[in-house]
Design a protein around this ligand. Structure first.
Ligand code: MRU
Length: 345
């Protein structure tokens, strides 16, 4: 089983996703600042994994606090949450996880410090275990949507590496394969960080699920040739109206899918649904370093000084989304109603 991240007695251990698939190495964090850095630097990435990492980072920070009274511990706690909250802006799971840890802290306030520390560690570990169970539930709901025998296109990595385990979009694919469906996965390479070519392909090859990597500009041609029966992706944030923020390039795939009459599915936990954000235009989109675009495998591939855009995410309007698979069931249009119903269940 792939261990994306794990709480250990020595700290929080992450598989280094920057190095995959050529090197399987691990980074051990012993401070919350180190956890903030691994989230920012993409050692760990993917919305649910970012959420669980944030919770573990907070637990680690509180464990390391020198405070000898609860008021000082709360001051440290707020500072830790602030630092972790400034790592990546788009995946709402980060803020969901911080809020859950804040609520837990409030409940524990009257307890002695060692008990608060221990309970926060346990809460973070619970979130890790819950995430895997949520993905398996999502898989059960979503498997029926997958073709019995055909190609499924995915963009970025919404797999075990993007979660505590099993995956969201790849969880649905895994569940469909486990149910006996014959699926050929097409993995968009996902420039500039190559989550598809490096991570999705690595996971699926490990599982023996037939996988073909294509560069991002090939998906339209594959659809036109009839090779794609469905598209399934993850999400970083889903607005109340069903607009979906996901890895840059997702929007292009969704528009192409509609043109070809191919269903476009999103798989995401309820913690990715942000009812406080009315529509996609209000979702903050992270802009990343230009070097990710100007360089390929560490080598400059553009003229020096050329201007570059590098938004990490785009927004797919709800009208392109055939259905949203969650652990509580499947939402369909009108999303204002279906998402609200599932999120408040
Ligand atoms: O920049 P990343 O790699 O964190 O972006 C990840 C994605 O866009 C995923 O599709 C999304 O977080 C869903 S992961 C289950």
């Amino acid at each position: 089983m792939i261990q994306t991240l794990e709480w250990t007695d020595q700290g929080v251990r992450f598989i280094d996703q920057r190095k995959l698939p050529t090197e399987e190495t691990y980074v051990n964090c012993t401070t919350y600042q180190e956890v903030a850095d691994v989230i920012r630097n993409m050692v760990v990435r993917g919305a649910p994994a970012i959420g669980v990492s944030a919770a573990m980072g907070i637990a680690l920070g509180v464990k390391g606090s020198k405070a000898d009274n609860v008021a000082d511990l709360k001051r440290d706690f707020d500072k830790i949450c602030d630092v972790i909250g400034k790592t990546r802006p788009t995946a709402v799971n980060l803020f969901w996880a911080i809020k859950r840890m804040q609520q837990k802290f409030e409940m524990l306030r009257v307890r002695p410090i060692p008990q608060i520390q221990q309970s926060l560690i346990e809460e973070a570990q619970r979130m890790h275990a819950e995430d895997i169970a949520i993905n398996q539930a999502m898989g059960k709901h979503g498997a029926a949507l997958m073709p019995a025998n055909g190609g499924v296109l995915t963009h970025c990595n919404a797999g075990a590496l993007a979660t505590a385990g099993y995956g969201t979009a790849l969880g649905v694919i895994r569940a469909a394969v486990e149910a006996g469906k014959k699926i050929q996965v097409y993995a968009d390479e996902t420039r500039p960080f190559l989550q598809g070519a490096r991570l999705t392909a690595w996971e699926l090859v490990k599982d023996g699920i037939p996988t073909t990597v294509i560069s991002d500009n090939m998906s339209g041609a594959m659809m036109r040739q009839g090779k794609i029966g469905a598209v399934i992706v993850g999400a970083d944030r889903i607005a109340a109206n069903g607009d979906v923020a996901n890895k840059i390039g997702t929007y292009t795939v969704a528009v192409l899918a509609k043109e070809h009459g191919i269903p476009f599915y999103v798989a995401a936990p309820i913690s990715t649904v942000d009812l406080e954000t009315p529509d996609g235009s209000k979702i903050p989109i992270e802009q990343r370093n230009a070097a990710e675009v100007t360089h390929f495998a560490g080598k400059l591939v553009t003229p020096e000084g050329v201007s570059v855009e590098n938004p990490a995410f785009d927004v797919t309007p709800a009208k392109y989304v055939t259905a949203i698979v969650t652990e509580r069931g499947i939402a369909r249009s009108p999303y204002e109603e279906s998402l609200k119903q599932l999120a408040t269940k």
